[in-house]
Design a protein. Structure first.
Length: 409
């Protein structure tokens, strides 16, 4: 299926939309110049240890405290160590921001440094070689051969799904770039002061979408804004030359790109709590601090068959729409779905199998855990960026603050 990446200005912000066929499947909303902390590498200083949650808080500069899991970080990269064999206040170590602040939660950092490219991720803690589960056996074998000259005891490599689109020269050129970056950061760390930023994730937040978009089937990168077109071109020339020929400038003064693809309407609907489906049934999507709850309702659906057949039909339609909404809204962490209860174990099995197949289309790791005794379906999705609603609220807050400052003068 052909895919297009559309990048437009929307209410003073940058809206990035990935379209597969006639459906928008991903949305991101960012300030134009906002640099994400995600991926940045610092010389952090341990501020304190909180034993009851088995965690530490590490300062990375400007007084910012970050959460550091002691359970998940078994091999800290120390630059200055106290007398205790265990992590203690005052220790200095290399850390990377692995999660942005989410609502009331601070950013999280890790000792497992990742150097992420379009095709490969270098890792410092896991020193083995891994491959995306979406790659075929033949693709893994071919890419493993290309990877062989770069294998080292100092770091590991994870080959991304996008690598299937690369040729050997491009693939190995990126590996050379990433290994050079690893050497530069680890060497620089020996001579810098604590709380120093050693490596900044290159792209601004909206440009990082160009790197992280699943490339299979991507035919066009389109914008109708001259300054955005220039920035995208510069980024592609430096980091993704293989995608430069996909960049297109759309020009029609009578019908802007945002109107052509109804992107404002798609964004507005993706921020609503209620989602209507074609059958007349609807979903209610409610994010909370700990998880997201999705409820399936019969709504205006008027089935002519037996009640249980009606429930199965609604649930199957809902499964497909929920998989799309999770990706569109960038919901992450724990998601709990309350489908309409069905008496038949065979129907429940059919629903779970179908739901699983839709969730597997998501390029972000999404796991269908199980259906509980109360017939609630549990899903987990890897946390990468903030959910769309949080992106919207953050950029709206920045916009309001900017307006207030302007009014002060």
């Amino acid at each position: 299926m052909d895919k297009k990446l559309l990048i437009v200005r929307c209410r003073g912000r940058i809206l990035t939309a990935l379209k597969e066929g006639d459906k928008v499947v991903e949305l991101h909303l960012d300030e134009e110049e906002r640099n994400s902390l995600l991926g940045n590498i610092y010389i952090g200083r341990v501020h304190n240890i909180v034993k009851n949650i088995h965690a530490a808080f590490i300062e990375i500069g400007n007084g910012m405290q970050c959460y550091y899991s002691l359970s998940d970080n078994k091999a800290p990269i120390f630059l200055k160590k106290g007398k205790s064999s265990q992590l203690q206040a005052g220790d200095e170590l290399l850390v990377q921001v692995c999660r942005e602040n989410l609502k009331s939660k601070p950013p999280a950092v890790t000792s497992n440094l990742n150097f992420t490219g379009n095709y490969v991720v270098l890792t410092t803690e896991n020193k083995s070689t891994g491959f995306s589960s979406k790659l075929s056996k033949e693709e893994k074998q071919r890419l493993g051969e290309w990877l062989q000259p770069f294998i080292s005891e100092r770091f590991g490599c994870i080959v991304r799904t996008n690598a299937r689109e690369a040729d050997e020269k491009t693939f190995q050129a990126e590996l050379k770039l990433l290994t050079g970056l690893y050497e530069e950061v680890t060497e620089k760390a020996k001579f810098r002061k604590p709380l120093t930023l050693l490596h900044q994730n290159n792209p601004t937040t909206w440009l990082s979408t160009l790197r992280d978009t699943y490339k299979s089937g991507l035919t066009e990168i389109v914008t109708d804004d001259p300054s955005l077109h220039e920035k995208i071109r510069n980024y592609l020339e430096h980091y993704q030359k293989e995608d430069l020929d996909k960049l297109r400038f759309y020009e029609d003064p009578l019908l802007p790109l945002i109107k052509l693809h109804s992107l404002e309407s798609v964004l507005e609907n993706a921020l609503k709590e209620k989602v209507w489906m074609k059958s007349g049934a609807y979903l209610v999507i409610q994010p909370t601090e700990a998880l997201t709850v999705i409820d399936v309702n019969t709504g205006k659906f008027d089935g002519n068959k037996k009640q249980q057949d009606t429930f199965l039909k609604i649930n199957r339609e809902a499964a497909r729409e929920i998989a799309r909404e999770i990706r569109l809204r960038n919901l992450s962490g724990i998601v709990v779905v309350d489908f309409i209860n069905m008496e038949s174990a065979e129907n429940r099995k059919l629903l779970m199998e179908e739901f699983s197949s839709w969730l597997k289309l998501d390029p972000v790791k999404t796991t269908l855990v199980d259906m509980t005794a109360l017939e609630l379906v549990e899903i987990t999705r890897k946390k990468l960026r903030k959910p769309l609603l949080d992106q919207f609220l953050a950029t709206r807050g920045a916009e309001e603050n900017s307006s207030k400052k302007e009014n002060e003068f």
